[in-house]
Design a protein around this ligand. Structure first.
Ligand code: MG
Length: 400
């Protein structure tokens, strides 16, 4: 008899967390929610908990504990604070922890889950970008799997079916081809990038996601982070990882083998597909998701990326090749730059300019431990914030 997989969801109220809830509703015979954690949305967390009745919940914002308790209709164990995330990842009986927390907050809980012998389903790409070397090493040491939930990496994982993730899949793979929708500015001339508004950047053509990742999709930093993520997950050198623009977001990524054959994974752009595959792997089970209707797909297009207008790709390639603390620095500087753009404190091209400037100032530490990675992260945040501040001061007053 097939056992249900018990999954702890970190980031339950975000867009991935909500898709995970949909999957649990859709295939209840295969997926059980064993724990739920959210950052601040206490009422939404309580509503999910009331539906799935996990044995434990966690709210990171400690001021929201009473609100959470007030909305709960039963009495699960309640964790709180950043340590609460590690505790719920570790202590709750489960086979898998889905890490879907925006930013760097998922790193310690991911390692805690790995060390307690649980498979990791990784939706937060920061975990692998910042600490891919450590996470994959810990996973190997504890005999657990790292299952990608990012749609591209899940696609690659599906194409590599048969090659164990974390094994020396590199010999059997010639190229990994990550697809990118190209974002809302795929056809916007680079000369117009200065005038891009926050509202325009938040309108993603094919995926519905949180604001940070939507901006990252517009700058292509998202794809850059995914190149580094793929490098660690599949143990493939950066030079074998390529990006192709595919506006329809139907082909989620491809793998080219030494004989020239290419395997691709196709589906509608709905995160329920990769989440379900991570949960049911190595099996596939029927669900209620809509099938692809090839007669209705008018076309699938592929274009080379515009590297000059989207510097993020080459910055990420460089960070991935040099490695050490540099990917963490790229990631942190980008986070600060994106939030400054969202606050209207700088223009769209300044996001990649800020990241490039911070990377240029960094002295990378090779094979860093977690503390060195987090120190690099903090350093980059301060540098980026200072650069943005300095630029604001020197900016010419607007003409009236
Ligand atoms: Mg993705």
């Amino acid at each position: 008899m097939i056992q249900r997989k018990r999954v702890v969801v970190l980031g339950a109220t975000g867009s991935i967390g909500q898709s995970a809830a949909k999957v649990a509703r859709d295939i209840p015979e295969r997926m059980e929610i064993a724990g739920l954690a959210a950052h601040t949305k206490a009422r939404e967390l309580a509503e999910q908990a009331n539906e799935f009745r996990p044995g434990a919940v966690c709210i990171v914002d400690e001021t929201k504990v009473n609100e959470l308790r007030a909305h709960l209709k039963y009495e699960p164990k309640i964790f709180c604070g950043e340590e609460g995330l590690c505790e719920i990842a570790q202590a709750v009986p489960s086979e898998m922890v889905l890490v879907a927390i925006v930013g760097t907050g998922g790193l310690r809980p991911a390692l805690a889950a790995t060390r307690s012998g649980k498979d990791l389903a990784v939706a937060s790409k920061e975990i692998l970008v910042m600490a891919g070397e450590i996470v994959m090493r810990e996973a190997r040491a504890h005999g657990v799997h790292v299952l990608p939930v990012d749609s591209e990496h899940n696609a690659i994982f599906q194409c590599l079916h048969g090659s164990r993730v974390g094994s020396s899949a590199t010999e059997e793979v010639r190229r990994i081809i990550l697809t990118a929708s190209g974002g809302p500015f795929r056809q916007t001339p680079g000369s117009e990038f200065q005038g891009i508004t926050v509202e325009q950047a938040l309108k993603h053509p094919t995926w519905n996601m949180g604001p940070k990742i939507t901006i990252d999709s517009a700058t292509l930093f998202n794809k850059g982070l995914e190149m580094i993520e793929a490098h660690w997950l599949f143990e493939v050198e950066m030079k074998r990882i390529e990006v192709v623009i595919h506006p329809q977001s139907i082909v989620h990524s491809m793998v080219e083998f030494p004989d020239g054959s290419v395997l691709a994974q196709l589906s509608h752009s709905d995160m329920c597909f990769p989440i379900q595959y991570a949960v049911t792997w190595p099996e596939r089970v029927a669900n209620s998701l809509p099938p692809l209707d090839f007669a209705q797909l008018s076309k699938l297009e592929f274009f080379a990326p515009r590297y000059h207008d989207f510097p993020a790709l080459n910055l990420a390639r460089r960070a991935g090749e040099i490695g050490g603390t540099l990917p963490a620095v790229l990631n942190a500087a980008n986070e600060i730059a994106v939030s400054a753009f969202l606050d209207n404190r700088m223009n769209f091209p300044s996001i990649s300019q800020t990241v490039e400037a911070v990377m240029a100032r960094h002295q990378p530490v090779a094979h860093p431990d977690l503390d060195a990675i987090l120190a690099g992260d903090q350093w980059a945040r301060r540098e980026a914030a200072q650069l943005i501040e300095d630029n604001l001061k020197t900016r010419k007053p607007e003409r009236v």
